[in-house]
Design a protein around this ligand. Structure first.
Ligand code: ADP
Ligand code: MG
Ligand code: ZN
Length: 413
């Protein structure tokens, strides 16, 4: 019996602002616990939030890059729940009128390029951070709270349930992270929690209705995302095979050490949160002209760049896709072309072949290269002039990579 897997993702992206969403506290990561707090982000009674315009700007830029319709008027709603890291007793979020809707993102999947729908994007605030400590000898278990993170601006990006495999889910999140980093909307540091996601998965038999979904939490890396989804798909298939499909939606957490997912709780429904418009924040009018200006200032996006690489440079589809997806790689490629009179395809072959292998082995990126685009152009020109063979050029490139020396000097040596 074969099953179909359906996945929808919710990315949480910390926006790269200087100050928090509702107050002037700094957003620096790793400061002394509770040093970056004030009555507003501590949720003290009587304090009032004031919206950070820069956060809205970054969210709108993300919305435009994700092809969303940007709301002309939106509002902030209170999502009520109790947890010690949320001292107000509610999180300010957007429920009724999110900032953006009906977008899409094009991603290169193993099965080909695909458009995945972006259902909505909305702005919300981060909660504080809880650290749990287990009991030890005479010391009982305890928890510590750090409110430095409380009130940081967070963008939630919700995809439609259109992803079909754990691998596609990883590819989509990788492409989203790269896009938002290139736009300088987020620093994308997963290890610091500034880019994270929840993943929803259900399975069903072909031709039947979608199954009930499980929401997976605690996915701290792309590897964890893919592994957790793969485990969860097999688990749900097992349940279906036994004739015991999920009766209720649940939230489960990924256990990295055991490599399994563990039941946390049944999912709350929207009604449980008693959403209502936050009376402390007036509705937000987003002027179309302001959005128009932001749109006009958008840098070239990966999809446009890919088209250009196919058209202007005549790159093979796979090369165009790989080179256009991130800014550092694209910038390097185009810089080499400025100094190299030969074929663009030769440059892409070297970058995606030998250079990519060297960078992978050294676990480094384009920003850490010791030689310049001009040096690579010189090397390839030597090959074209038959001064050195392609085989020698590979050796020279490896030395350039290690030492940063000029190709002419290496060949001389
Ligand atoms: P929640 O309240 O759980 O955060 P959201 O609407 O924010 O709800 O997110 C729902 C997510 O679940 C979306 O990414 C959506 O694509 C996904 N989803 C919805 N139904 C299914 C399903 N049957 N199987 C898999 N994913 C689903
Ligand atoms: Mg959600
Ligand atoms: Zn504050």
């Amino acid at each position: 019996m074969s099953y179909e897997t359906v996945i929808g993702l919710e990315a949480h992206v910390e926006l790269k602002t200087q100050s928090k969403l509702w107050c002037g506290c700094a957003t620096t990561f790793g400061a002394a616990p509770n040093s970056l707090t004030c009555p507003v982000c501590l949720g003290l009674p009587g304090s009032l939030p004031v919206l950070n315009k820069k956060a809205v700007e970054l969210a709108v830029i993300a919305g435009l890059a994700l092809n969303c319709a940007i709301a002309t008027c939106c509002q902030f709603d209170r999502k009520q729940y109790f947890y010690p890291d949320l001292p107000k007793g509610y999180q300010i979020s957007q429920f009724y009128q999110p900032l953006g809707r009906n977008g899409w993102m094009e991603v290169a999947f193993p099965a080909g390029r695909h458009r995945i729908g972006i259902t909505e994007i909305h702005l919300e605030e981060e909660a504080g951070r809880t650290y749990h400590f287990a009991s030890e000898q005479s010391q009982p278990a305890y928890s510590l709270l750090d409110y430095n993170r409380s009130g940081l601006p967070l963008l939630e990006i919700v995809t439609a349930p259109e992803v079909r495999s754990p691998e596609e889910a990883r590819k989509l999140m990788e492409a989203l992270k790269t896009l938002l980093e290139d736009l300088e909307i987020t620093d994308g540091k997963m290890e610091e929690g500034s880019f994270r996601c929840d993943a929803n998965l259900s399975v069903h038999r072909p031709g039947e209705a979608l199954g009930k979904r499980v929401e997976l939490k605690n996915l701290n890396s792309f590897r964890a995302l893919e592994a957790a989804l793969a485990f969860e798909a097999r688990r749900q298939e097992g349940l279906l095979t036994k004739g015991k499909p999920l009766a209720r939606e649940e939230a489960r957490t990924w256990n990295e050490t055991k490599g399994n997912t563990v039941f946390m709780r049944y999912k709350e429904q929207a009604a449980d949160y008693r959403y209502f418009p936050d009376p402390d924040l007036p509705p937000l009018t987003i002027e179309e002209q302001w959005v128009g200006n932001l749109r006009a200032c958008l840098p070239e996006l990966p999809e446009t760049r890919r088209q250009r690489y196919l058209g202007t440079y005549g790159l093979p589809a796979e090369d165009a896709s790989l080179l256009s997806k991130s800014k550092p790689g694209a910038t390097f490629f185009e810089a080499v072309l400025r100094f190299y009179p030969g074929e663009a395809r030769t440059v892409s072959n070297w970058i995606l072949g030998d250079l990519a292998r060297l960078m992978k082995e050294a676990k480094s990126g384009f920003n850490e290269l010791r030689f310049s685009p001009k040096d690579l152009a010189a090397l390839l020109t030597f090959v074209d002039q038959n001064l050195i063979s392609g085989k020698i050029a590979k050796i020279v490139l490896a030395v350039m990579f290690q030492t940063g020396k000029q190709p002419a000097a290496i060949i001389q040596d």
